[in-house]
Design a protein around this ligand. Structure first.
Ligand SMILES: NC(=O)C1=CN([C@@H]2O[C@H](COP(=O)(O)OP(=O)(O)OC[C@H]3O[C@@H](n4cnc5c(N)ncnc54)[C@H](OP(=O)(O)O)[C@@H]3O)[C@@H](O)[C@H]2O)C=CC1
Ligand SMILES: CC(=O)C(=O)O
Ligand SMILES: [Mg+2]
Length: 759
């Protein structure tokens, strides 16, 4: 079974990690109000006196809290920091970044609201007493990174004391995901659970829970050897023992991990970095299954294993290797399902249902829209694909559905779901398409790395973006600028440019200078430019130089814009690069607001388009939407809706609709209509003849001013994220960022340029 374990994900530097956490508002979370809080009336409803009404209702019937408060969708992530990942006991405060991280993963993957609580005590009773009284605030409690054996006591007691699900993620989340991976790895290697020999290194929260679930699923107890820092947990051992380890002690002569692993089929690593040696791997059975799940560094790396064996199925807890066995695949979805049926607990049936659903997902053929998450490289069930990736969009419907069903069947659902098909649809609607779109873009570029010119190479945020571009293995970053200035600025900012994949090019000293000048002169000589004008532009203007690099094939794409306003940068580029034949250059902004993604065009190029141009913009935007993975539904926007009120500007939009009718385009569009009609299904319902099958996902603006004003207002006032404008329709990939772009914006744009460069 020859195969290669790929490294295909991002790797980040310590500096990037710190900057990421520090940028903008420190940390990873904020709280936003879900109700208007603007007028006196709002205040009277949200607070006194109005708030008294739900208070009384809940006092009379506690289940009403699910109707009137956040409780039903709110999970607390609670830790005392005694086992932070595999980093050990670093205390409650130091655990906060991980807990905030888990909270945002809840939101990102399953639309569960979540807040982190760090409890500063190592005493189990104190911890229990702190948490047990928090039940009214939450729909569930996710315990995290609490060391064994206290975690067992804490979870057990809290489960008894609280009437909402209490789930120690490191125990059960990990057990569920590794069980899913293992079910598939056993299938691929033709093994039977009953006879498979497993060694689990790590007898803490994760290790104990994993082997308990494995045994519940059919592993023979005598075939599982547990090890910890003292070696094998054998019957009769006294050192470093506790009742949870004793329950899994086996009769064996082996004493060390190395001895236990000799001839073993499976290694489960839930211990610490580097605990597994190549010699141990060498001694394992044919087609060994190695799950090295310690975080952030596994017990052994896939590269180390690949050097000595080609027949291993290898998994880690990290996202930058194939087969990520990590509880992130579980906790968001398990709680989603549990919350949706108001489960009183998360029981074994629900856990096993989640494991089986996850295992089953990896065996299914990957449909087109899902292949996007794996970008082109459509995975096929096998040694390098035993478990879906966290970005797999099917997870959000498959896992909660299985968990909710199991909860109902096992009698712990307080609010059973009657229409499960409809529930599956609602679950799919919770996923955030743009996040998967960006993920898809990054993954594709990683597979086909590209040379991107960062035209303003002397700027600090551009250098940081270039480093991140290279670190994320997106390709080569070319910084344009003066070598000494770039190096000096980098040194000053503490940026290390000394890495493979970063090139510095000084336009004035470049050997290609003459060729670029000739190329530009050829294009501009009849447009009022002398040869020496072109020479000056190539020598002094980095946008012209960068554009020539791309036009003549010396680079694949450009990102620019930090030092010059958008239209000037675009004019520079357009002197060198034309529109794609048959296309019109437009700007498209991607607006993400409250889980909705909407594309807006034209946000960059046409000032006051005529009807023909509006129709062209619509076609260009629809094509872009499809390339981004959306089936476009275009609203041709105006201040009026279907003729009311009448006005010259609206007539132009009506005319554009008629032009699209004549062109017989193959996407949904209609108009003219106002923005609320386009986006709000209820407002749209007043026009039963409308040709859109649902709220629009592409908004075609009547003119640049409305496009620019509305997207900028949304960004500043509406709490929306706006990506772009992205330049669409140029013959070569060029992206222009805004003057105040941050390094992360620049990398996104560089990735988008690289993505557009295609194969
Ligand atoms: N991929 C995933 O989804 C998850 C991974 N993990 C990882 O599992 C590991 C353990 O976490 P958790 O169970 O919560 O922590 P605990 O503190 O509860 O348990 C740690 C266990 O690991 C053992 N151990 C530590 N170092 C070694 C070593 N070098 N060799 C053998 N055993 C060792 C300890 O032994 P002793 O009892 O003798 O002290 C203890 O039994 C961490 O690295 C964590 O990142 C955890 C949860 C999820
Ligand atoms: C993934 C996780 O929860 C851990 O490593 O602790
Ligand atoms: Mg953990």
């Amino acid at each position: 079974m020859a195969r290669k374990t790929e490294t295909n994900g991002p790797s980040v530097s310590a500096q990037e990690a710190l900057e990421f956490h520090a940028m903008g508002r420190p940390g990873k979370l904020e709280i936003v109000a879900t109700k208007p809080m603007t007028t006196q009336r709002d205040l009277s409803l949200a607070y006194s006196p109005g708030v008294a009404v739900p208070v009384r209702a809940i006092a009379e019937d506690p289940s009403r809290a699910f109707d009137y408060t956040t409780r039903g969708n709110m999970v607390a992530v609670i830790s005392n920091g005694t086992a932070i990942l595999g980093l050990g006991n670093l205390g409650a405060l130091a655990s906060k970044p991980v807990m905030e991280g888990k909270a945002v993963l809840f939101k990102r993957f399953a639309d569960v609201d979540s807040i982190d609580l760090e409890v500063d005590t190592e005493d189990a009773d104190e911890f229990i007493n702190c948490v047990r009284f928090l039940g009214p605030s939450f729909g569930g409690i996710n315990l995290e990174d609490i060391k064994a054996p206290e975690c067992f006591i804490i979870e057990q007691r809290l489960r008894e004391l609280m009437d909402i699900p209490v789930f120690h993620d490191d125990q059960h989340g990990t057990a569920i995901i590794s069980a899913a991976g293992l079910i598939n790895a056993l299938e691929i290697t033709g093994r039977d659970m009953k006879t498979t020999k497993m060694v689990c290194n790590g007898a803490g929260a994760a290790g104990i829970a994993c082997i308990e679930l494995m045994k519940a699923m059919g592993f023979a107890p005598e075939n599982i050897i547990l090890c910890d820092t003292k070696g094998v947990v054998f019957q009769g051992r006294t050192e470093g023992m506790n009742q949870w380890k004793s329950a899994h002690a086996v009769k064996t002569d082996t004493r060390s991990l190395a001895e236990a692993l000799d001839g073993a089929d499976v290694f489960l690593g839930l211990s610490a970095k580097g605990a597994l040696t190549t010699a141990m791997v060498q001694s394992m059975a044919k087609n060994p299954i190695i799950f090295a799940m310690a975080n952030p560094d596994p017990e052994i790396t896939p590269e180390e294993v690949a050097e000595i064996r080609t027949d291993a199925i290898m998994a880690t807890g990290r996202s930058d290797y194939a087969n990520q066995v990590n509880n992130v695949l579980g906790f968001p979805y398990i709680f989603r399902g549990a919350l949706d049926v108001r489960a009183t607990t998360i029981n074994d049936d629900m856990k096993i249902a989640a494991a089986r659903a996850l295992a089953e997902l990896a065996r299914q053929d990957v449909p087109d829209d899902v292949a996007a998450a794996y970008q082109g490289n459509r995975p096929k069930f096998g040694p390098n694909y035993i478990i879906p990736v966290p970005f797999d969009p099917r997870l959000i419907s498959a896992i909660p559905l299985a968990v909710a069903k199991a909860a109902m069947e096992s009698g712990v659902a307080r609010k059973p779901i009657l229409d499960l098909d409809r529930y599956a649809q609602e679950l799919s609607a919770r996923r955030d398409p743009i996040a998967s779109t960006l993920q898809r873009i990054y993954d594709r570029v990683r597979r086909q790395p590209k040379r991107i010119v960062f035209a303003e190479g002397e700027e600090e945020q551009v250098m940081r973006a270039a480093v991140s571009y290279v670190n994320q293995r997106l390709g080569t970053a070319i910084l344009l600028g003066r070598d000494d200035v770039i190096k000096e600025n980098a040194k000053h900012a503490g940026i290390d440019l000394n890495k493979q994949g970063i090139e510095i090019i000084n336009a004035r000293l470049s050997r290609r200078n003459g060729i670029y000048t000739d190329y530009l002169y050829e294009r501009m000589q009849r447009k009022g430019f002398l040869f020496r004008d072109c020479q000056r532009l190539i020598n002094n203007d980095r946008n012209h130089f960068a554009a020539c690099m791309v036009a003549l094939g010396d680079a694949d794409g450009i990102v620019t814009g930090v030092t010059r306003n958008y239209s000037t940068a675009l004019d520079d580029i357009r002197r060198v690069i034309d529109a794609k034949p048959g296309h019109r250059v437009i700007g498209v902004s991607i607006v993400l607001a409250r889980g909705k993604t909407v594309l807006v065009a034209d946000t960059a190029v046409h000032d006051m388009p005529n009807a023909e141009q509006i129709a062209d913009i619509a076609e260009e935007a629809a094509g872009f939407a499809r390339r981004m993975g959306y089936e476009p539904r275009l609203a041709m926007l105006a201040y009026s809706t279907f003729g009311h009120p009448q006005g010259e500007r609206s007539e132009r939009v009506q005319e554009a609709v008629r032009i699209l009718d004549k062109r017989r385009v193959d996407f949904e569009y209609d108009g003219e209509m106002a923005a609320d009609v386009a986006l709000n299904a209820r407002a749209m319902a007043q026009y039963p003849f409308i040709r859109l099958t649902g709220p629009a996902n592409v908004l075609i603006m009547p003119a640049f001013h409305s496009a620019s004003i509305s997207t900028k207002m949304l960004q500043e006032l509406g709490g929306s994220t706006v990506i772009g404008p992205l330049l669409v329709g140029l013959n070569k990939p060029v992206q222009i960022v805004s003057l105040n772009a941050k390094d992360s914006d620049i990398v996104n744009m560089a990735a988008i340029a690289a993505y557009s460069a295609g194969t």
